[in-house]
Ligand binder design. Structure first.
Ligand SMILES: CC(=O)SCCNC(=O)CCNC(=O)[C@H](O)C(C)(C)COP(=O)(O)OP(=O)(O)OC[C@H]1O[C@@H](n2cnc3c(N)ncnc32)[C@H](O)[C@@H]1OP(=O)(O)O
Ligand SMILES: CC(C)C(=O)C(=O)O
Ligand SMILES: [Mg+2]
Length: 598
């Protein structure tokens, strides 16, 4: 068995900055940032097979449809695909809405900046984005550059960029400028501020057209609070703050990109760069769906429309050729779904309370275990509860309720859930709703004929006032009274038992009890212990039926069986329920002698 090596000489604890008066911990995230989607650049550059022009086009249209106003569309100097795509977007009328700015990225190299500007020139609104790494690690290892040389290069490139963009008198574009001190989160804060001051002086931003300083956690190096400190430090120390838009660009190496982006906003950032579902280099960029819906589920509209999240997922998955993980916040296929019994029970009670109990703030979403209403992102309640061997009665009852409109009484929930549990254990897999419904219909003979069926019957007032035979059931309070004047009823009928007909008759104080009494003659001695009913179907369509549930105890034993009957006629529904229980009873006792032939 290999042992994880001692890391203490190989890796270092990240050294936090000293920020004694930090303000961000007491702030609340209640503002919507400027969103920048970099799926078509940072996301795209990390794919095994980068998107082709058609895929980029479709993705771009989706981003616009979702409401993004700033979209990083390409790295035009990387090659023809990105360059041509950029030009195609710029040159095709009516594709880019007037209020959408197209962002393009270039390294600090004049030839590449020139090509980048050529690609985007003519766009109504463009953001030219340059990057240069500022951490000691990158300066020493990658760029072979001193801090001073870095500043000189950044300033020279900014001035060059300026000369061919906003200072170019023939430009048709409204230019914004973004500078990213790449690897900001591993940079000395004083140096980060210093290089940005120099870039700012070179660009000369205004309040109405601020420069964007995008402060990336190019590689996530620390806990999110440290990143927030760095952002607050930068915001405190950079001058002319009103001419600056501070932007975040968090990667997810430690799995904290969402937290870092949220805390970074508390620390003063106004803008967030990321991708849908967090595609991007290595573990990805911050997930903008996550951030946006975090705001939404706090009652703040993020300005992005994820009301049809499944369509978004389809396009993202097809374009990236990477599946959205089932546990991805909000979007994952299993995120609004519970398998475990106690979660299902709580969710079911939550929906019941929402429907039936006038909760104090009736519109407020208060469903246990579901922080967001699945319908808000275009999902239904159907799959909120799914059933496997970890599930309980509540989950099973939910499925039956949603698919058959049956509100099973608690005892029946318990009884049926045992059957489902057995089946799920035996199969070691999830039971689909249609399989659960079929189990229920088979168990209670809703579709298949019960072993007992009534070929013919009549229920008449018992004028003979015959005394009740021994053991004839007296219907309980919950049993519907059939007659107030003469409480006794006589049941006469022909019963088919497994293909053989039997004449039966009995007396009781209602239809149900007279049938139960009549069943004595075929050696079925059942007492009704529970009876309940409700209507199903819509009153409007006049397609209303009665659903009846009875629980019977076998005379002289503790055995209990449930029966379910559904019929347009309420009396027939209760007789069906009785026969359903009787069928279950006889099937549960393989050694029961055949009923007496008449
Ligand atoms: C953190 C980020 O996501 S940054 C964005 C990264 N995205 C991409 O790289 C995708 C597109 N890239 C490309 O198509 C290519 O890498 C190009 C066109 C930019 C450059 O290609 P090449 O000239 O072949 O250079 P190559 O990719 O091998 O190496 C990068 C070079 O740029 C230098 N470099 C790296 N970052 C920067 C920068 N921000 N500014 C200037 N030069 C830089 C490196 O030091 C290296 O220089 P060297 O050749 O003198 O050692
Ligand atoms: C280009 C920059 C912003 C980048 O993608 C990063 O640092 O991660
Ligand atoms: Mg990045």
């Amino acid at each position: 068995m290999p042992m994880l090596k001692n890391p203490s000489t190989k890796y270092r604890l990240f050294k936090p900055i000293d920020l004694p008066n930090r303000q961000w911990p007491t702030k609340t995230l209640d503002k919507v940032p400027r969103w920048l989607a970099t799926d078509l650049r940072d996301g795209n550059q990390s794919l095994v097979d980068p998107m082709n022009s058609e895929q980029k086009w479709r993705y771009f249209e989706m981003l616009v449809g979702l409401g993004f106003k700033e979209i990083e569309i390409s790295f035009p100097s990387s090659g023809d695909t990105d360059y041509d795509f950029t030009r195609r977007l710029v040159d095709t009328p009516d594709v880019v809405p007037h209020d959408v700015a197209l962002q393009v990225l270039s390294p600090c190299r004049q030839d590449l900046i020139k090509r980048t500007v050529e690609a985007i020139e003519g766009a109504k609104n463009a953001i030219l984005h340059l990057y240069l790494a500022t951490s000691p690690c990158f300066q020493q290892i990658v760029l072979s550059q001193s801090e001073e040389e870095g500043i000189v290069l950044a300033v020279a490139c900014t001035k060059f960029a300026r000369s061919i963009t906003k200072d170019n008198s023939s430009t048709r574009t409204h230019w914004q400028y973004e500078f990213s001190p790449e690897t900001f989160s591993d940079t000395s804060m004083d140096y980060a501020v210093k290089i940005c001051e120099a870039v700012k002086a070179a660009w000369e931003p205004s309040e109405s057209n601020p420069i964007i300083f995008n402060l990336p956690a190019t590689v996530e190096m620390s806990t999110p609070n440290v990143y927030a400190d760095q952002i607050e430090y930068f915001c405190q120390h950079i001058t002319e703050r009103e001419k600056i838009c501070v932007s975040l660009h968090c990667h997810n190496d430690r799995g904290c990109a969402t937290a870092a982006s949220e805390l970074g906003q508390l620390a003063g950032a106004q803008r967030v760069e990321g991708t849908l579902f967090g595609n991007g280099e290595r573990t990805g960029n911050v997930d903008l769906v996550n951030l946006a819906l975090n705001l939404y589920s706090q009652g703040i509209h993020p300005g992005l429309d994820f009301s049809d999240i499944n369509s978004v997922i389809d396009i993202v998955e097809e374009s990236n050729n990477i599946p959205v993980h089932a546990r991805t916040p909000y979007g994952g296929s299993l995120v609004q779904c519970a398998f475990s019994g106690s979660h299902q029970d709580a969710i079911k009670k939550g929906f019941q309370a929402r429907k039936y109990q006038g909760l104090p703030e009736k519109d407020l979403w208060q469903i246990p275990y579901l922080p967001l209403d699945p319908q808000d992102i275009g999902r239904t309640y159907e799959a909120v509860i799914r059933v496997n061997s970890q599930s309980g009665k509540g989950g099973v009852a939910w499925v039956i309720q949603r698919h058959l409109e049956l509100d099973l009484p608690r005892g029946l929930q318990v009884a049926f859930s045992k059957i489902v549990q057995r089946e799920a254990d035996a199969r070691s897999k999830e039971l689909l709703p249609r399989e659960i419904v079929k189990l229920f219909e088979n168990q209670y003979h809703l579709k298949v004929n019960p072993r007992f069926t009534l070929v013919d019957y009549s229920i008449t007032p018992d004028r003979s006032m015959t005394p009740l035979p021994d053991g004839a059931p007296v219907e309980g309070q919950q049993i519907r009274s059939q007659n107030t004047q003469n409480s006794m009823r006589r049941f006469d009928g022909v019963l088919d038992f497994d293909g053989t007909e039997h004449k039966i008759s009995g007396i009781g104080n209602g239809a149900l009890s007279s049938l139960a009494n009549a069943l004595h003659s075929v050696r079925i001695d059942l007492d009704v212990a529970h009876y309940s009913e409700h209507a199903i179907g819509s009153q409007k369509s006049r397609n209303v039926k009665a659903a009846t549930y009875i629980e019977c105890t076998a005379a002289g034993s503790n055995e209990r069986v449930w029966g379910v009957g559904i019929h347009e006629d309420v009396v027939q529904a209760s007789l069906n329920a009785m026969l359903s229980a009787a069928s279950l009873f006889i099937s549960s006792r393989p050694n029961t002698p055949m009923p007496i032939q008449h």
